[in-house]
Design a protein around this ligand. Structure first.
Ligand code: PLP
Ligand code: COI
Length: 365
C-alpha cells in the first residue's frame, strides 16, 4: 500500500453546528441545492507530495488567491450522488464506486490527478456519517453529495496545474423540479450545442455546465423547464439535457437511448435503467435518434413515452417538446406507464424497499 492509500481523514468537528431545531426547519422542505450541512471533506494534492492533508472539517468559505488557475482556465470537475435513509433507518449510497470511477475519467480528460478510489469513497462515507442528521425525512428527500476538484495553483501559465484541492460538500434536498415528478417540457436548442466530438461532453467538468446556461435560459424564455441538445456536427441527433440523459419508449415496448460516443455524460442512472429494463426482458437499443424522427414518432403514436434521468432528477417524464418548428406532445403529455414502473423500481431499490439483485446499494450504518 502506498502512502496515499493509507491516508486517513482527520476529523475536526464543527465547534458551533446548526442547532437541531433549526436544522429540522431547514430540511423540512429544502428544495434543491440551497441547504448545506455542517461539515465538508477536504484533501490537497501537489506535484511534490501527491494527495495529503485529508480532513473532515467545518464547512466554511475557502480562501483563494485571485491568480488560482481554476478562476482563469476552469480546470474543475465534479460529481453528484445521493445518500438515502432506508426504510429500516439505515443510511445508504447508490453505486458510489461508479461515481469514483467517473470522477477519475473526468480528471484524466481535464489533465488532473486521479484520486484513489478508496479516498473518494472514504471522503463520502465520513462526511455522510458526521452529517447524517441532515438527511431529510420527507418522502423523496436525500442528502445530495457534491465531490469536486479544482486547480488551486497560483499561476497564470496555461498548463495543467501543480496543485489541486478536492472537496466534498453535502446538501439536504427534495425534488429537483418544483412540480415534483410531473412531466416537464423541453426546448430544443438549435443555436447552441453542448459538446463536440473530441471535446469534454463525457467529462463532468464545470465548463460544460457554464456553456449550457445560455441555452437553458432560452428554454425558460420559451416557457420550458429544460433544454435538450442536439449533436454538434449535424444538429440532428438528440443527445441529452443540460443535466440528464434521455430514454424513448416505443409502442412495441422497446426503448432507445442515445449511445455513449464521447459527447454525452455516461449517467449512472442511465446505466441502471438499462440494466433494470433488460432484467424485465425489455429490448433496449443504444442508438442515435433524430429530432425529426422524434417528432414524427410522437405524432404517429409510434413513440409512447420519453423520460429524462439523473441523480438529481431521478426519472422525470417529458410531456412536451418545443422548438422553432413548433411543439409536439408525447403520449398524453403526462407520465407513461413504463416511465412510472422504472422510476418505482429504481427508487424502490435506492430506498431499500425492493430487492437489489445487482448489489447497487451500499449500506453505511
Ligand atoms: N447528463 C448530464 C449532463 C448530467 O449532468 C447528469 C447528472 O449527473 C446526467 C446526465 C445523469 O448522470 P447520473 O445519472 O450519473 O446522475
Ligand atoms: C446530477 O444529477 O447530479 C447533476 O449533476 C445534475 C445537475 C444538478 C448538474
Amino acid at each position: 500500500m502506498d502512502a496515499q492509500t493509507k491516508l486517513t481523514f482527520a476529523i475536526e468537528e464543527h465547534g458551533n453546528p446548526v442547532p437541531a431545531s433549526e436544522r429540522a426547519e431547514r430540511i423540512a422542505d429544502p428544495g434543491f441545492g440551497r441547504v448545506f450541512t455542517d461539515h465538508m471533506a477536504m484533501v490537497r494534492w501537489s506535484k511534490d507530495k501527491g494527495w495529503h492533508d485529508a480532513k473532515i472539517t467545518a464547512r466554511r468559505p475557502i480562501e483563494m488567491d485571485p491568480a488560482s488557475s481554476v478562476l482563469h482556465y476552469a480546470q474543475e470537475i465534479f460529481e453528484g450522488m445521493k445518500a438515502y435513509r432506508l426504510a429500516d433507518g439505515a443510511t445508504a449510497l447508490f453505486r458510489p464506486e461508479e461515481n469514483a470511477r467517473r470522477f477519475n475519467r473526468s480528471a484524466t480528460r481535464m489533465a488532473m490527478p486521479e484520486l484513489p478510489e478508496q479516498l473518494f469513497l472514504e471522503s463520502i462515507e465520513k462526511l455522510v456519517s458526521i452529517d447524517r442528521e441532515w438527511i431529510p425525512t420527507a418522502e423523496g428527500g436525500a442528502l445530495y453529495i457534491r465531490p469536486f476538484m479544482f486547480a488551486s495553483e497560483v499561476f497564470l501559465g496555461v498548463r495543467p496545474a501543480h496543485e489541486y484541492l478536492y472537496l466534498v460538500i453535502a446538501s439536504s434536498v427534495g425534488a429537483y423540479f418544483k412540480g415534483g415528478a410531473k412531466a416537464i417540457s423541453i426546448w430544443v436548442s438549435e443555436d447552441y450545442t453542448r459538446a463536440a466530438p473530441g471535446g469534454t461532453g463525457a467529462a463532468k467538468c464545470g465548463g460544460n455546465y457554464a456553456a449550457s446556461l445560455v441555452a437553458q435560459a432560452q428554454a425558460i424564455e420559451n416557457g420550458c423547464d429544460q433544454v435538450v441538445f442536439l449533436d454538434a456536427a449535424e444538429h440532428r441527433w438528440v443527445e441529452e439535457l443540460g443535466g440528464m440523459n434521455l430514454f424513448f419508449v416505443m409502442e412495441d415496448g422497446s426503448m432507445v437511448t442515445p449511445p455513449l460516443k464521447g459527447t454525452i455524460l455516461p449517467g449512472i442512472t442511465r446505466e441502471s435503467i438499462l440494466a433494470l429494463a433488460r432484467d424485465e426482458g425489455i429490448a433496449v437499443r443504444e442508438e442515435e435518434y433524430a429530432i425529426d424522427q422524434w417528432r414524427a414518432d410522437a405524432e404517429s403514436g409510434r413513440l409512447r413515452e420519453t423520460f429524462a434521468c439523473g441523480t438529481a432528477a431521478v426519472v422525470t417524464p417529458v410531456g412536451t417538446v418545443r422548438s422553432s418548428k413548433g411543439d409536439f406532445t408525447i403520449g398524453a403529455g403526462g407520465t407513461g406507464q413504463l416511465t412510472q414502473r422504472l422510476r418505482d423500481r429504481l427508487v424502490g431499490i435506492q430506498r431499500g424497499e425492493q430487492a437489489d439483485p445487482h448489489g447497487w446499494v451500499k449500506r453505511l450504518f
